[in-house]
Design a protein around this ligand. Structure first.
Ligand code: GCO
Ligand code: MG
Length: 412
């Protein structure tokens, strides 16, 4: 059969999502996530104006060939916008292939290599006490791994930190905006790396003391440190046996991690802003990381992410796929099907979507006893209620900007 039409849906049930809806001549519909937080319409235009017209009438079962065509034919390769668009189409084609085969997608990717995917939750608190309270909540829900982010004395709002109501849902969403007259800008935060480096080891110490050695604890440095600062942090938290330290330096400088590795055995994870296997070349061949942080949504879909994981597998590097709420339920399902099938799976980030989001995207994945499972529905197992989706109009929103105390722009 062939691709008959490609629609690109934009909806904002709680936050913005971009979804490619691919329909074949025999009426099978596949979904693909192309959400790029804060740059959604760049992907929409790439898909609508430049990709969709070239694919009508193509054999939808030629997934690899179409991936290579979209990657190589425009001449301009890689980049987050391009690769999110490639991802949206690739996921939709895999969804169609598995629906036609009548099997959950993981069965086309090699079948289940495990019973479920170890997952980590986001725990945070403005103080160590509130953080510990949040961790207790997740442990009670069955999580065996948590990411810990804590407030830093002297700094106001910072990345990843939010107090949730005791027992309540964690719905931290950094994308927003400020409006003054005609101007619409991202919010601004103030950052001080020295204050953070002084405080964080005490957070790790307190969490280990409260929860003992079994709980896996992770932390996201969110690109803010220089290589030598990151080396110091990795060394200072090493006694508390972190599961990983994520994005300790800005990812585009692959060689920065040599210095961090040189000083510490803290496992490192990087790559949520990467979009191709080439972004990982040095990191993988020099064994500078332990976990790949890409998502199917931002790394060219299942085909792109699988390339990365095949390469990483040769070096014993495992997956830790990106799963924040700006990866849609469709993108999350793609991560889960691939993760279940991969040999070198490590852990999966799990930030549950809001009830509003889940009233539009109907999922069949499940979380039980600390493990996620993609479910047995044929395809990706996610349905999009397009009628409900059309009621949630796009809301312009941007990730915050970070400034040092003297006003200079810093990495957020
Ligand atoms: C994570 C990420 C996210 C990003 C977000 C940006 O580890 O989950 O760092 O929280 O900030 O995906 O859109
Ligand atoms: Mg991160």
């Amino acid at each position: 059969m062939t691709i008959e039409r490609i629609d690109v849906d934009v909806t904002s049930p709680g936050r913005n999502f971009v979804t490619a809806v691919v329909t074949t001549g025999d009426g099978v519909v596949g979904l693909g996530d192309g959400t790029l937080n804060g740059r959604e319409f760049a992907v929409v235009s790439y898909l609508r104006d430049h990709v969709a017209p070239t694919l009508i009438g193509r054999d939808e079962s030629q997934i690899e060939s179409i991936w290579q065509y979209l990657y190589r034919s425009p001449y301009w390769r890689r980049g987050p916008v391009t690769m999110a668009a490639v991802a949206a189409i690739d996921m939709a084609l895999w969804d169609i292939a598995a629906k036609k085969a009548g099997v959950p997608l993981y069965k086309l990717l090699g079948g289940a290599s495990r019973t479920g995917l170890l997952s980590y939750a986001h725990a945070s608190g403005t103080t160590i006490e509130k953080l510990n309270e949040a961790i207790h909540g997740y442990v009670e829900q069955g999580f065996r791994a948590v990411r810990i982010q804590s407030g830093v004395p002297g700094l106001d709002q910072i990345y990843g930190v939010h107090d949730s109501a005791p027992g309540g849902k964690y719905e931290y969403e950094p994308a927003g905006r400020t409006e003054t007259g005609a101007a619409m800008r991202p919010a601004e935060e103030t950052w001080d790396t020295a204050a953070y480096l002084r405080h964080l080891p005490s957070v790790f110490a307190a969490v280990r003391e409260e929860f003992g050695g079994d709980l896996r604890i992770l932390h996201d440095g969110h690109h803010r440190m220089s290589p030598i600062e990151a080396a110091r942090l990795a060394k200072d938290i090493e006694p508390y046996a972190p599961f990983w330290l994520e994005d300790c330096t800005p990812g585009e400088d692959q060689t920065a991690l040599r210095l961090v590795r040189h000083h510490s055995t803290t496992p490192l994870a990087i790559g949520e802003v990467f979009n191709s296997v080439h972004d990982y070349q040095t990191l993988i061949t020099e064994r500078l990381i332990d976990y790949v942080r890409s998502s199917a949504t931002h790394a060219g879909g299942i085909t792109g992410l699988r390339q990365i994981m095949t390469f990483a597998g040769i070096y014993g590097i495992r997956s830790g796929f990106h799963g924040p709420t700006d990866v849609s339920p469709v993108g999350m399902a793609a991560n889960l099907h691939l993760g279940l099938a991969l040999h070198n799976f490590g852990i999966q980030e799990y930030m549950p979507h809001s009830e509003t989001t889940l009233s539009v995207f109907r999922t069949s994945y499940r979380f039980e006893d600390g493990l996620l499972h993609p479910g047995e529905t044929p395809g990706l197992g996610v349905g999009l209620d397009r009628e409900a989706a059309s009621r949630y109009e796009y809301q312009p929103a941007y990730l915050p900007v970070n400034r040092l105390r003297d006003g200079s722009v810093h990495d957020w």
